[in-house]
Every structure is written in C-alpha cells, then in structure tokens.
Write a protein that binds this ligand. Structure first.
Ligand code: DGL
Length: 274
C-alpha cells in the first residue's frame, strides 16, 4: 500500500522586510518538506533598520491583519530580528489564536560558547536599539563584554549580493570592522548574525574579517522552533499547495522575481501579472 502523506492545507507564512528571511525558509523546507509556504517580503518598506519604532509597529499590525485575512496561515514565522524585537508581543496581542514564531539575536548561545568573553552582535540599527535586545544581554550575557554593532548598509549589501551575485567587499569590510575588538590578550571570538539577511553573506564576512571568529546564524534554530509548533498544530489536508511569494510593493524588480523563482516560489498578488 502506498503511504499518503497528510500535509496541511493552511500554509506557514514566513515574513521579512526583504529577502533575508529566505535563509530561514531554506532550513525550514528541509525540516518540514510536506508543508506549504508563503513568503512575504515587505519590500515597500525595506529596509526596516532605520524606521521609527512607533511607525513600524503600526505598519506591522495593520499589514499582518491583511496577511492573515489573505493567506489564513497556520503559523507565522517572523524571520526578521528588526520586526520581532520590536513587535512580536504586540502581534501576539493583536492576533490571539494566531501562532507566531519570532527571531531574536542569539545572545544566549554566544554567551555559552565564547572563550574570550568578547562577543559582538551584528544587526540593523533598529535591532541594536531595542530594549528587547538589551534585556537579552542582561539576562544571558551579563558576564560577557557584548558589543552591539548597528550596521546601516549590510542588509542592503546582502540583498544586492543575492540578486546580482556581486558585492563590494570593501563596503562589507567597513560594515563589520566595529565587531572586532582587542583588549589586551583577548579578542572577539563570536559574532552573532542578528539579521536574517546576513547568513547569505557569510562567505564574504569570513573573507573580509580581520581574524577568524564563530559567526552564529539562527536560521536552523528558528526552523526547528517552527517544526515543533507546526507539529503541535497540524491538521491533515488533501495535498501540498504550491509555495508562493508576495511582495508588498506589488512590483518587485526582475532580479527579485528571478531570485524567488529560483527558490521555487511563484509570485502572487498583482506582481504575478505585472
Ligand atoms: N532581515 C531583517 C532582520 O533580520 C532586517 C533587514 C532590514 O530591513 O534592514 O533584521
């Protein structure tokens, strides 16, 4: 007898300001191959890093109202540190009954792994400013020296690299330079990649770093959390629906269209016909 899989009808929705969240989708598809995926990029508002907190919170709550109505997701993964550290609590309050997985800087594993005690958190300017991030450091890394590095341009450079296959290495070097600290005989040995765009640049980060460090990427851990929640939620459905991508600009450029189609995502919304 042929075993019939029992996938979900309702998709898992992955969300980011841009295409960085695809680093989490990549891992999730390995762990949860039978699920259907919706990838949403709020590219109309990218980058989130410099947004004023109140305005971004309001935007996110209103946008998620639309996304939940449009896609009826079984689970939402906020694959964006900048949005999660600001609004994960507000989103849970605004949409009770809708499960969310958030993405926050991996301060705890960094504190557990560091030998030198010098750790850097590389993130958007928004994420480094957040009280949420400060609280994580106070709770889990009080014994370490944690340097918060808010990068103005790295998310954009990662988007460029993913779309065009090229990135200015001098620009990358300049963005990451403040992560590298030497104090007497100690030097930074861990850099937390606290923005989902950065794992796509990790080879360039390694190449331009002044010395080798451990780059902590949380994509797999987020996907595992999604797996745990998805298993507890699962309702059997007839078959897997096609995986789709939705861009809030409704008009992503050709390079983005190519990229998402390379990920096996079909564009939906007005962008699909533009
Ligand atoms: N990928 C997002 C994050 O994890 C943010 C990129 C941006 O909008 O600047 O923080």
């Amino acid at each position: 007898m042929i075993a019939v899989p029992s996938p979900l009808v309702r998709p898992i929705l992955f969300f980011d300001s841009g295409i960085g969240g695809l680093s989490v989708v990549k891992e999730a598809r390995i762990l949860l191959p039978e699920h259907s995926y919706v990838y949403v990029a709020d590219d109309a508002a990218f980058p989130y890093g410099a947004w004023e907190e109140g305005a971004l919170r309001t935007r996110l709550i209103s946008l998620f109202g639309d996304l939940i109505a449009r896609f009826s997701p079984s689970l939402i993964v906020i694959a964006c540190n900048t949005a999660s550290t600001l609004a994960i609590g507000d989103l849970r309050n605004a949409f009770p009954g809708q499960p969310f997985v958030g993405t926050v800087p991996a301060v705890k594993p960094a504190a557990e792994r560091t030998c030198s005690g010098l750790v850097s958190v590389l993130a958007t300017p928004g994420t480094v400013k957040r009280q949420y991030t400060r609280d994580l450091i106070d709770t889990y890394a009080a014994k370490c020296d944690v340097r918060l590095v808010g990068s103005e341009n790295l998310a954009r450079l990662a988007e460029q690299y993913m779309r065009e296959g090229f990135v200015d290495e001098d620009a990358v070097r300049a963005e990451i330079a403040p992560c590298f600290v030497e104090e007497g005989r100690r030097r930074t040995d861990i850099v937390v990649l606290a923005c989902t765009h950065y794992p796509f640049l990790v080879n360039r980060l390694r190449k331009t770093a002044p010395w080798p460090v451990d780059w902590i990427d949380t994509s797999e851990a987020i996907a595992r959390r999604a797996l745990t929640l998805a298993e507890s939620l699962s309702a059997p459905g007839p078959r897997k629906a096609p995986d789709v991508a939705y861009f809030t600009s409704r008009k992503p450029p050709a390079s983005l269209r190519r990229l998402v189609s390379g990920f096996g995502l079909a564009l939906v919304g007005e962008a699909a016909t533009a």
